[in-house]
Write a protein that binds this ligand. Structure first.
Ligand code: FAD
Length: 295
C-alpha cells in the first residue's frame, strides 16, 4: 500500500508549477520509480504528489537548428536508448541508461528523474557531465538554465527549487560533435543493480587521430556527487594515444576523487575501480572517436 495524502495530475508545465507553488510539501512524480519506493519505505509516507507523467511537452528528443540536442526530461530510459538522434549523435547516453535496472524499470524511469534525484550513482549522470549538459528549469519566475557542473549541491541534493520543474536537458553541438565516448558501470551483478562505480569518458582526437585534442572524464559514486576530473583532463591534452596516456588518466583521476566505503564496496576497492575503469573507458572512447589504441 502507498501512503499518499493527495495526488494531482498536472495538465501542463505551468499547471505543475502552480500546484507546487501552492503546496510547499508536494513532491513531483514523473515515472515514480524513485518516489514510489520512498513512499513505500516510509521516507515520503503521507506526501502529496504533483504528477508530470504524460505531459507531452516534457517528452521526446529533437535537434535544434544550431545542432543543440534537446531532451525532454520525461523521456524514459528505453526511449532514449532507442532514439535515432541519441544513437547517431550521443550514443554514450543511450548506452549508459540502458544499464539501469531491468527492462520494466527502463520503460518507466525517466532521464529527468535520474538527474533530479541528485544521486551520485545515477547512470545518466557521468555521461551528461562529460557532455556538459545544461538543465533548464521552469518556475513561477520563469526559466533558468543551470550547467550540470553547478547542479549537484550534495548527496541527493540539487539547486532545483521546490516549485521548479526540469523542462529540458540540452547538449550543445560543440560538446558532442567530433567526440567519441564510452560509459562503464561496475555493479555487483549484471542487472537490477545500482552502480558501485560508474565512469564516462568522451574524447576528441587531433585530425590525424594520434593525439588528444580534448578529453572529459567523469565518475559516479567516486564522490558524494557525480564529478568531472578537470585537472586530469587538462593534463593530457596533446598527449599521444597509448599506455602512457592511460596511466596518466588512471593515476590522475585518483588525485581528484573522494569515494567512501559502503556495504557495496570499500573505499579502497572503489579507488581501484576509478583507475581501472578510467583507463578502460578511455581506450574504448578513443576507438569510438576513430583512433587506434595500439597506434
Ligand atoms: C528496481 C529499481 C532499480 C533501479 N536501478 C537503477 C539503476 O540501475 N541506475 C539508476 O541510475 N537508477 C536506478 N533506479 C532509480 C530510478 O529508476 C531512476 O533514478 C529513474 O531515472 C527515476 O526516474 P523516474 O521518472 O521514475 O523518477 P521519479 O521517481 O518520478 O522522480 C525522481 C525524483 O526526481 C524528481 N523529478 C522527476 N522528474 C522531475 C522533473 N521533470 N522536474 C523536477 N523534478 C523531477 C522527483 O520529485 C523525485 O525527487 C532504480 C530504481 C528501481 C526501483
Amino acid at each position: 500500500m502507498y501512503d499518499i495524502e493527495k495526488y494531482y495530475q498536472a495538465v501542463d508545465v505551468d499547471d505543475a508549477v502552480r500546484a507546487l507553488s501552492k503546496d510547499p510539501e508536494a513532491v513531483v512524480i514523473s515515472g515514480g520509480s524513485d518516489v514510489l519506493i520512498k513512499i513505500r519505505e516510509g521516507k515520503l509516507a503521507g506526501c502529496s504528489l504533483v504528477s508530470i507523467h504524460g505531459i507531452k511537452e516534457l517528452e521526446g528528443i529533437r535537434v535544434e537548428e544550431d545542432g543543440t540536442i534537446a531532451i525532454g526530461p520525461a523521456t524514459t530510459f528505453s526511449h532514449i536508448t532507442n532514439n535515432k538522434i541519441i544513437q547517431e549523435l550521443i550514443p554514450i547516453l543511450g548506452d549508459a541508461v540502458d544499464m539501469a535496472g531491468g527492462p520494466q524499470l527502463r520503460n518507466i524511469g525517466t532521464v529527468g528523474g535520474n538527474v533530479c534525484n541528485g544521486v551520485t550513482s545515477a547512470d545518466s549522470a557521468s555521461s551528461l557531465c562529460c557532455l556538459d549538459a545544461i538543465l533548464v528549469l521552469k518556475g513561477p519566475k520563469g526559466m533558468r538554465e543551470v550547467p550540470i557542473s553547478q547542479w549537484y549541491t550534495g548527496p541527493g541534493r540539487t539547486v532545483r527549487e521546490h516549485e521548479e520543474v526540469l523542462v529540458s536537458i540540452r547538449i550543445k553541438k560543440e560538446n558532442y560533435e567530433g567526440y567519441g565516448g564510452h560509459y562503464i558501470k561496475y555493479g555487483k551483478r549484471g542487472a537490477m543493480e545500482i552502480a558501485t562505480l560508474g565512469c564516462a569518458v568522451t574524447v576528441k582526437l587531433t585530425e590525424d587521430k594520434k593525439q588528444i585534442a580534448d578529453l572529459r572524464l567523469a565518475y559516479g559514486v567516486a564522490a558524494p556527487t557525480p564529478i568531472r576530473c578537470r585537472e586530469t583532463e587538462q593534463s593530457v591534452i596533446g598527449m599521444e594515444i597509448g599506455e602512457a596516456l592511460a596511466e596518466k588518466v588512471g593515476k590522475g583521476a585518483l588525485t581528484e576523487v573522494n569515494p567512501r566505503s559502503s556495504w557495496r564496496a570499500s573505499k579502497e576497492f572503489r579507488l581501484q575501480l576509478v583507475e581501472e575503469l578510467g583507463k578502460r573507458a578511455l581506450r574504448q572512447a578513443v576507438i569510438n572517436a576513430g583512433g587506434e589504441w595500439d597506434a
